[in-house]
Design a protein around this ligand. Structure first.
Ligand SMILES: [Zn+2]
Length: 53
C-alpha cells in the first residue's frame, strides 16, 4: 500500500508517517481492489440499514 500527500500530490512508502517535503500527514492510497472491497462493505451496510428500518 502506498501513502499519498494531498499537498504535494506525491506518493510515499507506507512506512512514512509524514510527508518529508511539507510535513503534512500522509493519507492512505487505496488500490482499486481495496476500493472495491470498501464499496462492497458499504453496500452491505446500506442493505442492512434499509432492512432494519
Ligand atoms: Zn507534502
Amino acid at each position: 500500500m502506498m501513502k499519498i500527500c494531498e499537498q504535494c500530490r506525491k506518493q510515499f512508502d507506507e512506512k512514512q508517517k509524514k510527508c518529508p517535503v511539507c510535513g503534512k500527514r500522509l493519507k492512505k492510497q487505496y488500490t482499486e481492489q481495496e476500493l472495491k472491497n470498501i464499496q462492497k462493505e458499504n453496500d452491505d451496510i446500506t442493505v442492512i440499514n434499509t432492512f432494519l428500518m
